[in-house]
Design a protein around this ligand. Structure first.
Ligand SMILES: NC(=O)C1=CN([C@@H]2O[C@H](COP(=O)(O)OP(=O)(O)OC[C@H]3O[C@@H](n4cnc5c(N)ncnc54)[C@H](OP(=O)(O)O)[C@@H]3O)[C@@H](O)[C@H]2O)C=CC1
Ligand SMILES: O=C(O)C1=N[C@H](C(=O)O)C[C@H](O)C1
Length: 269
């Protein structure tokens, strides 16, 4: 019988990194073969199990991503945009599937990910959970059915440590609404109103972000008409949903052709 796919987790000491370590170990479907952190992170050089407060796992956290990726069939990466763009090239060099959960990616990062995806499998999504990916489809459908008399607002709430806004998920939902309407999100997007904003411009898609406490992730897509409102809502209560989705993507990616994929591909939606 062939060995289970080997997984490397980048940003292993982070909120998602630790959840991913636990998820891979519990899955019985993959092996944890490496953990990466940046140079200077206090976990570098420690056994990841002990760093997490448990028993040794025989996996030492390294600050050398290429050495770690060379042993892996997949890299699961929930870190920061600049790091992810670097990891994309290294994962492609190692021919490992690169699963990207990092949000806040800008055009320059996407260009580097696209370049890597010419040589290796990349799965990238602002949200790896099943529920949100279903909600994306519903949002597109509802937006398609309604005209611009219905104002679209995406409202998201996250924990106090989140560094990017709007969330990657909010942007996925906004993109789905724009596609449903047949407009460009770049042109329709309005974020963070403050002061004398003037009346709402017809056809725009608004974004509002709340940050506080330990909120895992909450997203509403509001369609506000005259005399009625439709609210599509998703509430995440456990980061395990993102980690399980990412692991599923890493397994799905084995044997796929090089290219760029998202969770819709993985989930068959
Ligand atoms: N797509 C999805 O489903 C989801 C996406 N996310 C996204 O995942 C990302 C991480 O979130 P979260 O875990 O909460 O954040 P954390 O800040 O808790 O973790 C990020 C980790 O990445 C590490 N890191 C940063 N730069 C590097 C580098 N160059 N090399 C190695 N490690 C690095 C950080 O190390 P250090 O502490 O030393 O900086 C930290 O350990 C965010 O972009 C978030 O939005 C989160 C949940 C779900
Ligand atoms: O930073 C987070 O925590 C999350 N980030 C993702 C996003 O930006 O949408 C996904 C999830 O909502 C949690």
């Amino acid at each position: 019988m062939s060995e289970l796919p080997g997984i490397v987790i980048t940003g292993a000491s982070g909120r998602m990194g630790q959840m991913l370590v636990k998820t891979v170990l519990a899955s019985g479907k993959a092996r944890l073969v490496g953990c990466v952190e940046r140079a200077g992170n206090p976990w570098v050089g420690l056994d990841v199990g002990q760093a997490m407060g448990g028993a040794a796992l025989g996996v030492t956290v390294t600050d050398d991503p290429l050495e770690a990726f060379a042993k892996a069939q997949a890299v699961i990466d929930f870190t920061a945009p600049a790091a992810t763009a670097e990891f994309a090239a290294l994962a492609a060099q190692a021919r490992a599937v690169h699963v990207i959960g990092t949000t806040g990616l800008e055009a320059e990062h996407h260009a580097r990910i696209d370049a890597a995806a010419r040589h290796a499998v990349v799965v990238q999504a602002g949200n790896m959970g099943l529920g949100i990916n279903l909600l994306v489809g519903l949002t597109r459908k509802v937006a398609q059915a309604l005209d611009a008399d219905w104002d679209v607002e995406v409202i998201e709430a996250h924990h106090r440590m989140k560094v990017d806004a709007p969330s990657g998920t909010a942007l996925m939902l906004g993109q789905a609404a724009a596609e449903g309407r047949g407009v460009s999100l770049q042109e329709a997007r309005v974020s963070g109103r403050d002061g004398i904003t003037g009346a709402r411009e017809r056809g725009t898609i608004g974004f509002s972000a709340i940050r506080g406490g330990d909120i895992v992730g909450e997203h509403d897509v509001l369609f506000a008409g005259d005399g009625e409102r439709i609210i599509l809502r998703h509430v995440a209560t456990d980061r395990g949903i993102f980690a399980r989705g990412a692991l599923r993507a890493a397994l799905w990616g084995q044997g796929q052709k090089p290219g760029r994929y998202d969770m819709m591909d993985v989930l068959g939606l």
